[in-house]
Design a protein around this ligand. Structure first.
Ligand SMILES: [Zn+2]
Length: 351
């Protein structure tokens, strides 16, 4: 029964910590799998169930392939307690809270399930806090994809564990080359949405992108909010970049990414008329905002699914540091990295 004391002590520590920090104690955190670790062992070391650990890391589709270096995001959870009353039994408590007796016994370190005492504090469950981000993306973008089925895409269909890395705002002789070095090391292709204003002086980077099997795509020329442009301005934004890439590679881009992800029906109609497909994303690493590697992993891993289109950028240094962990974790689970055009089964370039 010493676990009860432990729980009380933890609760007291929580209260003290919350008082001192003024914030909830629990937050998502990164766990990197070490040799010999198991999912259930990792879960129990954080006091959570294997199910809630897997629920927060749904990209882990092969729980038997938990290799060292795999990144797991430990869910943010709250704890639900129950204080035992006269006449309570564990099986009755189990039914009331819909938690099995073995789980209750395990959570509370109970050896004899018939032995409860009045006033005993039982930990009923860890409740992982809802992650709503992916659902919001899906609910917001699915209707647009349904209205523009040939023009607008934000993810691929789940099909054989494929994901697409995308990098915005290049090319840059230092940053893009650094990203390319990482991708080359892992043999991973990606899609680069280039800015026309960054092309001058970086023709060799554009050539390297194509030579190494990446897809070159259009992110406009000066990075304006496309919704604010006249038709002529929007056309110029796309065609100036398209022509610059054509002069270097002989290829005419057919995929574009809306700047800031800002779109409306007018923009999408014009983009389609110009022979383009607009490619949004389903996973935002927020590498443009967060400089902490673990925070970028927390932004990324729980949202990954079969068919994900992952948004990254060429410029932040955190990108180069976090890429190997994302690639390793997904590859070790059996995922393949493909270009966006391959993921969607569309042409990367105008024919
Ligand atoms: Zn951008």
């Amino acid at each position: 029964m010493n676990m009860v004391i432990t729980i009380k002590r933890v609760s007291m520590l929580c209260i003290i910590a919350m008082y001192l920090l003024g914030t909830p104690v629990y937050a998502e955190q990164v766990h990197r799998v070490a040799a010999g670790e198991t999912l259930s062992g990792i879960a129990s070391s954080y006091g959570i169930t294997t199910d809630s650990l897997l629920g927060n890391n749904q990209y882990v589709v092969n729980p038997d392939l938990i290799h060292p270096g795999l990144v797991l995001i430990i869910p943010d959870s709250s704890r639900q307690y129950y204080v035992v009353r006269p006449g309570d039994t564990l099986s009755e408590i189990s039914q009331r809270f819909e938690v099995s007796v073995p789980i209750l016994a395990n959570l509370n370190d109970i050896e004899n399930v018939d032995l409860l005492y009045v006033g005993q504090i039982l930990l009923i469950r860890f409740q992982p806090l809802e992650r709503e981000e992916l659902a919001v993306v899906e609910n917001t973008l699915s209707p647009i994809a349904n209205r523009f089925p040939d023009t607008f895409f934000f993810r691929g269909e789940p099909d054989g564990l494929r994901v697409a890395l995308t990098f915005d705002d290049g090319p840059d002789s230092v940053e893009t080359n650094a990203v390319l070095d990482v991708l080359q090391r892992y043999g991973v292709p990606a899609t680069f949405f280039l800015l026309g204003s960054n092309i001058p002086g970086n023709a060799d980077v554009v050539e390297r992108l194509v030579a190494e099997g990446h897809t070159v795509a259009n992110h406009s020329t000066t990075h304006p909010d496309l919704r604010t442009l006249t038709e002529e301005q929007l056309r110029n934004e796309l065609l100036t970049l398209e022509n610059a890439v054509y002069d270097i590679t002989g290829l005419r881009t057919a995929l574009m990414r809306p700047t800031y992800g800002f779109i409306n029906d007018d923009v999408l109609r014009q983009v389609g008329d110009l022979g383009y497909r607009a490619i949004q994303w389903s996973v935002d690493t927020k590498d443009w905002r967060d400089i902490d590697i673990d925070q970028v992993l927390i932004n990324t891993m729980p949202n990954l699914r079969d068919g994900s289109i992952i948004l990254m950028h060429d410029h932040p240094s955190v990108t180069i540091e976090v890429l190997p962990e994302i690639i390793h974790s997904l590859k070790s689970q059996g995922y393949t990295f493909v270009t966006v055009d391959e993921l969607l089964g569309v042409n990367a370039y105008k024919q």
